[in-house]
Design a protein around this ligand. Sequence first.
Ligand SMILES: [Fe+2]
Ligand SMILES: [Fe+2]
Length: 276
Amino acid sequence: MGTISTREPHQIKVRRMDFEFGEDIPENWAADNPILTGLLTALSGSFPAGERFFIDSVRHFMDRIDEPELRRRVRGFVGQEAAHTKEHLAFNRFLDERGFFAKMVEERVEAGIAKVKEMSTPEECLAHTVALEHLTAFLASAILENPDMLERMHPTIAAFWAWHAIEEIEHRSVAFDVYKKVVDDEKLRRRMMTRTIIFFSVLNAYRTLLILKKRGTIADLPAWAEAYSMLFGKKGAIRRTWPLFKAYYRRDFHPDQHDNDAIVAEAKEKYLGAAA
Ligand SMILES: [Fe+2]
Ligand SMILES: [Fe+2]
């Protein structure tokens, strides 16, 4: 298997955003689809505790990182994840006011992560973080490389998700580079991804179903069909981006091998304006 050249890491810019989620945002804010809205609500509910876990897992090894450049990138990663948590907490409270049960998800995820921390070594926590950072960068690429979903969203909601996606791609290789530096166990890295993708899929599906059941939209079959086709159909965002997910299992995988620079630059210009 030939080695794929690794690109320069993206510049990591910590942007202090302050999104205002107003009355004019439609109820099913994810492309007018209640199922997709439930799924993205479940994801948003998982970010505050999840991102704190990522920060803690990487910071744990900070004293073993001596290269100034990697230390600088870790600080950028921490700054970006902290900003995401702040904005997602605001978004989650907006969702709760509309009866989307984001707080319920936050509490479940918090309890789940406490258990993971209890049962895992710091090295396993870092491997888990590297896997989840690949998953978030993969989902971010799926969103930005298949823009139909964002184009069907209210401008504030589209900018909010695009901002998070852009920054996940900017810092996609930080946890990985720290892992390579301080743990560098290839078997653990891959094993943790297999565990992570199973738990991530099952738990997110379950949380989504809980939200949909509580909201009474679980039986909307046309909405299910549309959501399925947007994600997993022939032109679906997840299906089209799947090779990027699978690349994680390559022995010579590195997150910066994937070139979506032009798409990220375009999204920055379109959604971030002066903050780009
Ligand atoms: Fe994030
Ligand atoms: Fe991240």
